[in-house]
Design a protein around this ligand. Sequence first.
Ligand SMILES: [Zn+2]
Ligand SMILES: [Zn+2]
Length: 135
Amino acid sequence: MIKRSKQKEVILRVLRSTTSHPTVTWIYDEVRKEIPRISLGTVYRNLKLLRERGEISELNLNSAPSRFEARTDIHYHFICEKCRRVFDVDEPPDKRLKGEVDQKTGFQISSYQIEFRGVCRECRETMDKAESGEK
Ligand SMILES: [Zn+2]
Ligand SMILES: [Zn+2]
């Protein structure tokens, strides 16, 4: 029997080692390298727990499986529509935004996510090469 705390520790370490905003299946594959007998359900349960405790974030991007990351501060994301990778955008979040929406709507906002979409630098370079006929 593997200790529960060990499972959580490994999951957190895996998540902190990447900036790729992985899905649960990716995390599962990585965690299995250390705990071969862990189940997908257990990984999922632990992710939920860690999220509830505010130790990790879950990203719900339209019509895609949830992605997770170790960062818990509000930051923007960029999603490449070609390769589907998710990047952090290192632009300081606009602090006024939440306050303004709070005030105008009377809603109590606990969190928000902003995502930009388009084509990432690598995909752009590949497209440029293809256009110029390079192999
Ligand atoms: Zn891309
Ligand atoms: Zn992020």
